[in-house]
Design a protein around this ligand. Sequence first.
Ligand code: FA5
Ligand code: MG
Length: 440
Amino acid sequence: NDQSATAGVQSEDTINVCGKDYAKDEWTNVTPNILSKTSRKLHLHPSHPISIIRQRIENHFATFKPLNKFEPTVTTKMNFDDLCIPADHPTRVKSDNYYINATNMLRAHTSAHQLQGLESGATKFLISGDVYRRDEIDSSHYPVFHQMEGLQYFDMGPKITAKQVQDDIASQAELAANTVQLVDDTLIKPENPIQDRHAPEAAQAVVAHLKHSLNSMVRALFKDEPNLQVRWIDAYFPFTSPSWEMEIFYQGEWLEICGCGIVRQDLMDAAGKPACSINMDPPSLHNTNALLLKKGLQNKIGWAFGCGLERLSMVLFDIPDIRLFWSEDERFLSQFAAGEIVKFKPFSKFPPCLKDISFWLPEKEWNENNFCEIVRGVAGDIVENVTKIDDFTHPKTQKRSVCYRITYRSMDRNVTNEEINAIQEKVRSTVEEDLSVQLR
Ligand code: FA5
Ligand code: MG
């Protein structure tokens, strides 16, 4: 990979990420392959599908302040603690995240910048960027994808909030023009509660505004689908309550578009407090605006959402494989132009090459993501799919054996059997060495 030469240059005890050196420790698990993605910034290339969708959403929320330039390196405090994610919460595990070291990581969601957004002084803003998660391998999962975060807040107090919400909606001419109505059909349930510090009337008004805003957004994006259906599923996020996932019915299936909810008041309180001013990036943004927020935002109530830009791009452009977004092939890139949504015309598919690998699992912990990470590290974007095709436990020894089928396929050329054999050999030896499995 030509970019790994400049990104993530590693020495014995330090690692360079986005131009900064970090001390390595036992948490470090970023790989050169992953670090090479941090310089791509697909969401900022005007004619890339990810950027086209970002611009569409930014145009829709025209009065929101767009914040697109935050680096993907964040502190674990920003990614977790500031969002009320407890120290022992499962989303923190090493096998699901890319850690630079114990206190720094590649962000796993754009929510990591909510406090910075609040500190920018804007009462409504959008944050887009690349996010990183260790995950399985198939046509809809890639360890890097893009999210867009949105947040808007209002003055607290039942009367004032309800009036502001109504005025805000009325003032948005293009929102009023489409037929989304300000109705709230989401029942608030005890297990998905309004926060103690929120007057129910105020919270309901903000929920209605949130739903109205997201309904209008998908309507604007899918304007050729007159019968678009939207549904709201109760969800849980440590940093919002109540919380939902919004889904749309598209070409026969329900597709999750975003997570959202009413921002936890602890987060609003924390905005601008000195404790959250460490490691703010870019620092100038924090320094100039923190003063405005000396008192925190205790008297404001807000909603937030986070949506996946690949999911939206795949359906709107008909892009069948998530790896295509990373292609530098002109046959892909030349099909798109800034501002336009056109259907992708697939270029000929090259033949796949399938290889199976079986091994006995080690006695100690086993995690499938670690295995997938090794395959990605060795094969790069030539790996299309990893599927477990066998899993059995020996009745006498109780030892467990698994078999994975790896599909290799390049998106822009024919791969040779020789080349894939070499990759497969490397996968085998690396898995044996790093995960202490016993190859069969
Ligand atoms: C979050 O990341 C929350 N930060 C969202 C949020 C923001 C909730 C603000 C409340 C308030 P989740 O992990 O569900 O939640 O991801 C949000 C969206 O990102 C999903 O709805 C989906 O559209 C997209 N997404 C998640 N995982 C992947 C993936 N592996 N590949 C592509 N898109 C993904
Ligand atoms: Mg989700």
